[in-house]
Design a protein around this ligand. Structure first.
Ligand code: GUN
Length: 305
């Protein structure tokens, strides 16, 4: 029997709908419109696409979107002055500095200059520490999206064996913390893990976030396990032919080999259309949460960790 496909696109649309309802209520009852400021330094094409998409969806759920586009050679003190201004602006509840930053800018310094209460990416060291100690924090969007899908599929995650493949600060480590918070037995594995196949085979839940195309094959998956594929990798697809300029066509794949894994898993997220759409939905959810906290109002239920 094939795996149930977890439809992240539909789930994300549902989450955005819930966010929009809360935003409408905040406006009506309290006159508050949540605001998200996105800062983009330079002209990285992928980042430009993300930022445009974020801005569009922010407005669609009824929030204010503030975009700040700075030249690639912007000095660090100018960027820090902008963040300081956004930190002080009461109309701005969430601040996101798009990564990666140009090489002359100190990413850690920049991220840690954001007011932790407005750090909707959850990357500030204060939020990392709060999450690690089980305190109220801002939670990174991609792991939060994965957690929401897992809770939706399983109900309770308590006691399940979870293996996170990948140890990044943005996905692997916070994902492990969130799963621990939901009482999973958590292993963080990575490209250097001994007997990685055997480690993954123990898991009731596999979260793959290593950034290597189709690295996890189906025969590493325990029959019936839930597979969350965070990877988005573009690979050559010669079977699709060539483009007008003679270059080989490409396709998107995850960190999991989808066909073989879907044949044994109980449930699986596809790429594209799985985790990807959940990231922006959770960014909007975090902005709503930040706006509620800033005004001492109850947090939106089901939209936080
Ligand atoms: N670049 C790619 N993904 C992200 C993200 O989730 N947050 C930020 N700030 N930059 C990114």
């Amino acid at each position: 029997m094939g795996a149930q496909i977890i439809d992240g696109k539909a789930f994300a649309a549902k989450v955005r709908g819930q966010v929009a309802e809360h935003v409408a209520k905040l406006k009506e009852s309290h006159g508050i419109t949540p605001g998200l400021a996105v800062v983009l330094v330079g002209e990285d094409p992928a980042s430009q696409v993300y930022v445009r998409s974020k801005g569009k969806m922010t407005v669609e759920v009824g929030m204010n979107s503030y975009e700040h586009k700075l030249d690639a050679d912007t000095p660090e003190d100018v960027l820090l002055a902008l963040i300081d201004q956004l930190n002080r602006d009461p109309a701005v509840h969430g601040i996101l500095v798009q990564l990666p930053l140009p090489g002359h800018l100190n990413e850690d310094l920049v991220i840690n200059s954001i007011d932790p209460a407005k750090d909707v990416d959850g990357f500030h060291i204060s939020n990392v520490g709060l999450l690690g100690t089980g305190q109220k924090s801002m939670v990174p969007c991609t792991p939060l999206g994965c957690l929401m899908m897992l809770r939706d599929h399983h109900g309770s995650l308590s006691g399940l064996d979870a293996v996170v493949v990948g140890r990044s600060n943005i996905v692997g480590k916070p994902m492990a913390q969130l799963l621990l918070g939901d009482s999973c037995t958590v292993t963080i594995a990575h490209s250097r893990t001994k007997n990685l196949a055997d480690v993954v085979r123990r898991a009731d839940i596999v979260v793959a976030a290593v950034g290597r195309p189709e690295m996890v094959p189906g025969d590493w998956i325990k029959p019936g396990a839930t597979v969350i594929d965070v990877g988005i990798n573009r690979i050559d697809a010669p079977e699709k032919g060539t483009n007008e300029d003679g270059s080989v066509k490409t396709r998107l794949v995850g960190d999991v080999h989808y066909e073989s894994a879907a044949a044994v898993a109980g449930a699986i997220t596809p790429v594209p259309g799985g985790v990807g759409p959940m990231t922006i939905a959770c960014l909007l959810a975090n902005t709503l949460t930040a706006a509620a906290r800033a005004n001492d109002l109850p947090e939106p239920e089901g939209l936080t960790a």
